[in-house]
Design a protein around this ligand. Sequence first.
Ligand code: 5AD
Ligand code: SF4
Length: 443
Amino acid sequence: MNEKKLYIETYGCQMNFSDSEIVASILRDNDYSLTADVKEANLILVNTCSIREKAEERVWKRLRELRSLKKRNPQLKIGVIGCMAERLHDKLLAPEHGVDLVAGPDAYRTLPYLVDQTAAGAQAANIQLSLEETYADIEPVRLDPSGVTAFVSIMRGCDNFCAYCVVPFTRGRERSRNPQTIVDEVKHLFEKGYRDVTLLGQNVNSYHFTEGNTSVGFPELLARVASVDPRLRVRFTTSHPKDLSDSLIKVIAAHPNICRSIHLAVQSGSNEVLRRMNRKYTREWFLDRVRSIRQHIPDCTLSTDIIAGFCGETEEDHQQTLSLMDEVRFDAAFMFRYSEREGTIAAKKYKDDVPDEVKARRLQEIIDLQHKHSLASNRADVGKIFEVLAEGFSKRSNGMLSGRNSQNKVIVFKAENVKPGDYVNVRITGCTAATLIGEQVSQ
Ligand code: 5AD
Ligand code: SF4
């Protein structure tokens, strides 16, 4: 009767997915079991994202739906955790939303206590940010059902203060996790059959751990993780161009199991916009980093993030973004229209003065150009053979497997006697802009 059942729903970035696994672990140690059926739960946690207005709107809509479940189950408690909880705690706790508790990204250890506090009908909140919390000792409950790929959080917070970004306010100061705990977690994952780990942080390449005489930077950490086993693929995201050093590029080049794909968010191709964004690099610096990657790791793919219509962006600035895209030819990109976030440097300092329809048109031009580049990049792979790590069965095509190559391209392929976790040589026979299609090469 009194079984504790937790349903957890996650919005936003991979960091949030990784955090949900930490939250699930903390609550499991307090006698909760996970359920995939929201109607069965007596505790629902919504892990939220604040990065753009739209991300928050989606959560408000979902909270309205979840609130109605309370009519059938008066014992049900609803908690909002993550970035929105940090940013909008008071608003979320207004009685009409039916939210019982809020917990910010550094307060997850106190969740069992917060839930207890709500038992008698009170509301509970902890939005304290921390300078030290890395959840280093918590073994996450893996929520991804594949059993092949996993995220490992290596640092938290961000000190960059890009003018548009809410993250330094919702996730607090940057801090790096003890490297030994990272390597141990990765070893456990490998022993359990995982074959692809992604090291996660808001800015992984500024990872730096110091304690006593120990001082470990990102290149060294990456090399240590890659040395766990050559059959383990290692990825990392997301990196900041300003910290992408040649020594990091050389570590990637030296380890065949560090994946040949780098996500390097450029945001804009205009120096003036980059300056206002507080990105701390120029277009020329970015292009130089791309050159260095291509020189040392010729088969490396590049993906990026781009924002259209940042404060003060002129038509000429926008053209600079398009021309940078043409110069680099990214293999993939996440593209957004600028969305002003309260409290950020941009909200305080600059006017959000690009009209909506101009933002929309510029974004569409960026998307169309990227589509062309993604398609060309995939077409160039037709006829090649890649080693693919099978992750599962394709959702769309019956009987086909799905996996990725080292370059982080999704490949849907025909194969026999292959199970998730196997490496398969696949010949590419066709493609779309988003996916490669292929078949197993007979042995
Ligand atoms: N508006 C639009 N896009 C944003 N991003 C971050 N903040 C904003 C914002 N206020 C984008 C950036 C970042 C990605 C995660 O989200 O491109 O790299
Ligand atoms: Fe969203 Fe950024 Fe928070 Fe991730 S860190 S959940 S992207 S606001």
